[in-house]
Design a binder for this molecule. Structure first.
Ligand SMILES: C[S@@+](CC[C@H](N)C(=O)[O-])C[C@H]1O[C@@H](n2cnc3c(N)ncnc32)[C@H](O)[C@@H]1O
Length: 234
């Protein structure tokens, strides 16, 4: 759990006379310090809103999240799926969240009901089978890649986990901003190669079943440019 003083994200000021890029960089810096249910979550509100749309339109009942960190996003998805149950949209909700190390997440959120933890690397070819063992055969999965944001991890995630996405379902590759010079924050530790990995995947045999949906970047600001992929109907 984060400190009492940090239960709100740091403020951002929109100076309408300053370049839009200044506002973008402030929002990007803020989004890694946002909070859900007292736990760090690293997503823009605009991107969370788009996830709500995707969950609803695709009737997703199972979220496979690659990259847990503190676990705020796993809780957020668990709670959104519970809301969809209350509307009768789905009936068997489940969140599976994967990370190299879940120490931080267990400290922050423990072992909450509705969230299954799978510890391992997205680059491990055996990982998809470990996740498959937890997924119901008729599950409608949304897959989210939010690990290291390199070519290798993005491509491994797409190659290993695209199979879980049903027709009309979505695979969201987060943080393509690392490859867009105007959007890339000035942080040395950031990877690169997310968008080239998406492009190469879409050209591969498995990628032929998907199409990019840039029209889903509806709120103007997103950390996932080029990252909304839908499995089209055969
Ligand atoms: C950006 S954070 C995830 C943030 C979280 N999804 C959220 O929105 O709050 C990235 C996480 O990916 C994990 N990670 C890095 N490389 C990985 C790999 N090869 N396999 C699995 N997880 C990895 C890191 O340990 C880190 O916790």
């Amino acid at each position: 759990m984060i400190g009492q003083m940090e239960l709100l994200p740091p403020p951002v000021h929109a100076d309408l006379k300053a370049p839009l890029r200044d506002y973008w960089l402030a929002r990007e810096a803020q989004h890694v310090k946002d909070v859900y249910a007292g736990v760090r979550i690293q997503k823009l509100p605009e991107d969370l809103r788009m996830y709500e749309h995707l969950l609803w339109v695709s009737a997703t009942d199972t979220v496979i999240e690659l990259g847990t960190n503190h676990g705020g996003s796993a809780l957020w998805f668990r709670d959104r799926l519970a809301t969809m149950v209350s509307y009768g949209r789905i009936s068997a909700p489940m969140v599976i969240t994967v990370d190299l190390d879940h120490t931080k997440a267990h400290r922050a959120i423990g072992e909450p009901p509705g969230v299954s933890f799978v510890t391992g690397s997205v680059t491990d070819p055996g990982l998809p089978e470990r996740v498959a063992a937890l997924v119901r055969p008729d599950a409608r999965c949304l897959v989210i890649e939010d690990t290291l944001h390199t070519y290798e991890t993005t491509r491994a995630a797409l190659d290993g986990f695209a199979r879980f996405v049903p027709e009309g379902g979505f695979f969201v590759v987060e943080d393509g901003i690392v490859d867009v010079p105007d959007l890339r924050p000035d942080k040395d530790h950031l990877g690169t190669g997310v968008l080239p990995a998406v492009d190469d995947f879409l050209l591969s045999p498995a990628g032929q079943g998907f199409r990019a949906r840039p029209d889903l970047e509806r709120y103007g600001l997103t950390c996932f440019p080029g990252g909304f992929l839908e499995r089209h109907t055969a």
